[in-house]
Design a protein around this ligand. Structure first.
Ligand code: GAR
Length: 210
């Protein structure tokens, strides 16, 4: 089936959603490997429990971003993935790495892009008095959080929301839309041309998802 490699830095709850959906047969992909830049990322345990090969590549052991990304690329390409999935991978990528996987690397970002690129998105959305907040899945381009958006899901910000409560709501949405975007890509229903994503007509918006 469709080989993918997943990159993580932390808890890996999005990785778990992908594992669960592929075990349940809703998602027809094979997670060939999980790679973390942090040895203590809990997502590595999730991968091991699912008998998925894991690699740790500590960015602190490399003298430059270029050297780290070159080694990362080497490990990824051993698996010849059709798609690279960034699932909470908290590293800025070099232009050459981003270009190598252009049109075949996805990221999930916890905001309604183009709003709130970067970090601390939930707190910033509250402080900006936004009425809604959410999450985006996008193709990765060299510019941070700026690649073509594939799918977004939104939630209302209520007056008593904290960064934590809002983050929890967003995480629930992430676990729905990320597997969906990966499924569409694996079924060739999303394609990438000239920096833009295009969809086949069977990709229809679901309620709350746009
Ligand atoms: C997710 O909320 C994801 O959107 C975010 O990291 C979290 C990882 O959670 N990604 C970014 O902020 C990327 N800049 P997980 O490890 O439980 O999947």
């Amino acid at each position: 089936s469709f080989p993918i490699v997943v990159l993580i830095s932390g808890s890996g709850s999005n990785l778990q959603a992908l594992i669960d959906q592929s075990l349940q047969g809703q998602l027809n992909v094979n997670i060939s490997a999980v790679i973390s830049n942090k040895a203590d990322a809990y997502g590595l345990e999730r991968a091991k429990q699912a008998a998925i090969p894991t690699h740790t590549l500590d960015h602190k052991l490399f003298e430059s971003r270029e050297a780290f990304d070159a080694e990362l690329q080497k490990i990824i390409d051993q698996y010849s993935p059709k798609l690279v999935v960034l699932a909470g991978f908290m590293r800025i990528l070099t232009e050459s790495f981003a270009r190598h996987y252009e049109g075949r690397m996805l990221n999930i970002h916890p905001s309604l892009l183009p709003k709130f690129k970067g970090l601390d998105t939930h707190q910033r959305a509250i402080e900006a008095n936004e009425k809604e907040h959410g999450v985006s899945v996008h193709f990765v381009s060299a510019e941070l959080d700026a690649g073509a958006v594939i799918i977004q899901a939104s939630t209302e910000i209520s007056s008593n929301d904290t960064a934590e409560s809002l983050g929890n709501k967003v995480h629930t949405l992430e676990h729905i839309i990320y597997p969906l975007a990966v499924k569409w890509f694996s079924e060739d229903r999303i394609t990438f041309h000239d920096g833009k994503a295009s969809f086949d007509q069977t990709v229809l918006p679901e309620s709350g998802i746009r």
